[in-house]
Design a protein around this ligand. Structure first.
Ligand SMILES: *Cc1c(COP(=O)(O)O)cnc(C)c1O
Length: 349
């Protein structure tokens, strides 16, 4: 039988996002790492006062207002910044610009599943290298794999660990292809690899407003890299990939660092409490520099607990993937939400 699709599209599974119940549904949603706090009041004020003229016209193709805000906050020149429709858009552009059959996509596992999906769509050859129990970066294997694109999520999902900048520096110095450091969770971490973009032309650091800035629904992310690297990526992105609303609202959120940092501090404090409470219940948990915890229940019955919590209106993430079937990824909510989770777990473990 003939198919409408290319062979790689027929054989791939497709990315399966975490469950997204309708807003207003009475549910405690700890499954896709959203911020439990609302976005910056300054950003919401911009949204309320939006001039409809912005919607009549095409938006700025480079989202320059937002780039200027990022430039001031992170002290990088504006032409080192590329803005995306979520950081997923930046990851997609990188793969489209750099990978194909014979130009490999490489990453340690387990990590963000979208890297695989994007490589499958392209299609590009994938090299997946296991992290192993202790989550040390498999340096020699990553270098030997010789990727056109190497993805490192740091902090990583679902493990929550950070790859130290010195390790990433060594990796960058030994790779000839692009090194993508995906810092989606950097706002909850103690370190960043951002200085590497000034040391290495082929390093791009990717960030998002979805987690730290509580704007997952807005779809805004950005990459920071040498303009030589960005020049190729700009050719591939959609002309108007940032809508006018996202640019205006995101700019206000970016300029309100105090609010973002205050929310992140609250999440980090709640993370410590939740970790202690889960350990009390017998869960094994790794330290996390993110807004989630990867927790292994005492009886290793992760799927059963996931389903039982769902029945009680609490969503957490269960991954039916090698090495993860005995664990749950739990987003840190408000203290109140976390307490309700703990109370539900009291009956289940
Ligand atoms: C959430 C997440 C993203 C996606 O962010 P968006 O900006 O919402 O597209 C990228 N990478 C990792 C590792 C994530 O967890």
């Amino acid at each position: 039988m003939t198919s409408y699709f290319r062979p790689n599209i027929n054989t791939m599974a497709g990315y399966v996002p975490g469950e997204q119940p309708k807003p207003g549904t009475k549910i405690i949603k700890l499954n896709t790492n959203e911020n439990p706090y609302p976005p910056s009041p300054a950003a919401i004020a911009v949204l309320r006062n939006l001039d409809s003229e912005w919607l009549r016209r095409y938006p700025d193709p480079y989202a320059n207002d937002f780039r200027r805000a990022v430039s001031e906050v992170l002290d990088v020149p504006t032409d080192w910044i590329m803005v995306g429709n979520g950081s997923d858009d930046i990851l997609n552009v990188i793969i489209r610009a750099c990978a194909e059959i014979g130009r490999k996509v490489v990453y340690p596992m387990p990590t963000y599943v979208l890297y695989r999906t994007l490589a499958e769509i392209q299609p590009a050859e994938r090299i997946e290298i296991p992290y192993g129990e202790k989550y040390h970066l498999p340096m020699e294997e990553l270098v030997a794999a010789n990727g056109a694109v190497t993805f490192i999520a740091s902090p990583n999902s679902p493990s929550g660990h950070v790859v130290p900048i010195d390790t990433l520096r060594e990796l960058a110095s030994r790779l000839s292809g692009i090194l993508v450091v995906d810092e989606a969770y950097v706002d909850f971490a103690n370190e960043t690899a951002l200085p590497l973009v000034k040391e290495f032309e082929q390093v791009i650091v990717v960030r998002t407003l979805s987690k730290g800035y509580a704007l997952a629904g807005l779809r805004l992310g950005f990459g920071i890299a040498n303009p030589k690297l960005l020049s190729g990526l700009f050719k591939v992105k959609d002309s108007y990939n940032i809508d006018a609303i996202a640019c205006a609202v995101g700019t206000a959120a970016m300029r309100d660092q105090d609010y973002k940092n205050a929310c992140a501090e609250k999440v980090k404090a709640s993370r410590a409490t939740l970790m202690g409470d889960l350990k009390q219940l017998g869960f094994q948990i790794r330290d996390s520099q993110t807004n989630f915890l990867l927790a292994q229940p005492p009886q290793n019955n992760a799927e059963q607990i996931y389903l039982a919590l769902k029945e009680r209106g609490i969503l957490v993430r269960y991954f039916n993937q090698p090495g993860l079937t005995d664990k749950l990824r739990i987003t840190v909510g408000t203290d109140e939400q976390n307490q309700m989770l703990i109370e539900a777990l009291l009956h289940l473990v």
